[in-house]
Design a protein around this ligand. Structure first.
Ligand code: CP
Ligand code: NVA
Length: 310
């Protein structure tokens, strides 16, 4: 059954139903096949997406910009530095004004509350392109990538190693909605947010998914289908970099650790990677690594999200 998603915001994946998430995956699959066979698909002709950034980006910016262009629409890059927001205009007024010009807003920023507020006051879809709390577009394309590689999501075991950050939170929300078993292997003090753990466990009850923390990285990767990591110091945490390196070192994904996983286990990373820190070159460039397929799927997934909500 098709679900009507036009006008929906994407603030966190906890807000989306399993049906909506599955429909987005199927749409991404279809759009990817169409693009590989050269069939144009331009449902957003004449539509404009505003893209607000207060943090840097390579993948999210380029994939959204190319996605809306290929769907027939136009992308407007809005550096938050150059908006009146910087001079104190409220988020609510910015949302009301942008809603009069645009057909959708994608925003990447620090405070998650700012995205919630933008979505509250905008009457066009607001898509979260990463906050300190979550990175939903990343997790959607990650589960799409896992589905392509393994042909299923139900019961897939994913071990996330390192810092229990925004990427980890979205993988937990996504996994809970599609029946995956997510294990976070994190040191003390770097656990995922308690609210995310509670909400993901609530969602997991309906799908048979599970979530648990395993301190020992070797035990965490044992029997896993996917080993996932992300940077140890996220954007905005640069000052903590040195301290984090020390604490997180035992969670580095290197060949020694990967040897404790099944030989068929896939390695994933949202990128950008700090090679030599959370992952070694040997693993990132190994046949088990699917990091560039994962990055490519950001494009197909952004198209699916835009086509469905705009
Ligand atoms: N993975 C990801 O969001 O990359 P960017 O920071 O380059 O957008
Ligand atoms: N956790 C990282 C993800 C980057 C895509 C960060 O927030 O910087």
């Amino acid at each position: 059954m098709a679900v009507f998603m036009k006008g929906k915001d994407l603030v966190t994946l906890h807000d989306w139903t399993s049906e909506e998430i599955w429909q987005t995956i199927r749409t991404a699959e279809l759009i990817k096949t169409m693009s590989y066979t050269g069939q144009p698909y331009t449902p957003l002709t004449g539509k404009t997406l505003g893209m607000v950034f207060t943090k840097p980006s390579t993948r999210t910016r380029v994939s959204f910009e190319v996605a809306i262009y290929q769907l027939g629409g136009y992308a407007l890059f809005l550096s938050a530095q150059e908006l009146q927001l910087r001079r104190g205009e409220s988020i609510a007024d910015t949302a009301r004004v942008l809603s009069r010009y645009l057909d959708g807003i994608m925003i990447r920023t620090y405070a998650h509350r700012d995205v919630e507020e933008l979505a509250q006051y905008a009457c066009i879809p607001v898509i979260n392109g990463l906050t300190d709390y979550v990175h939903p577009c990343q997790a959607l394309s990650d589960i799409f990538t896992i589905y392509e590689k393994l042909g299923r999501l139900q019961g897939v075991k994913l071990a996330y190693l390192g810092d229990g950050n925004n990427v980890c939170h979205s993988l937990m929300f996504a996994g809970a909605k599609v029946g995956m078993d997510v294990i976070a292997s994190v040191p003390e003090g770097y656990e995922p947010n308690e609210q995310v753990i509670r909400l993901a466990r609530e969602d997991a009850r309906a799908t048979g998914a599970s979530f648990h923390i395993e301190r020992d990285p070797r035990r965490a990767v044992k029997d896993c289908d996917v080993v996932y990591t992300d940077v140890w110091a996220s954007m905005g945490q640069e000052a903590e970099h040195a301290a984090r390196l020390k604490v997180l070192q035992p969670y580095q994904v290197n060949a020694g650790l990967l040897a404790h996983a099944k030989p068929s286990a896939l390695f994933m990373h949202c990128l950008p990677a700090h090679r030599g820190e959370e992952v070694t070159d040997e693993v990132a460039d190994s046949p088990q690594s699917i990091i560039f397929d994962q990055a490519e799927n950001r494009l197909h997934m952004q198209k699916a999200i835009l086509a469905l909500v705009m």
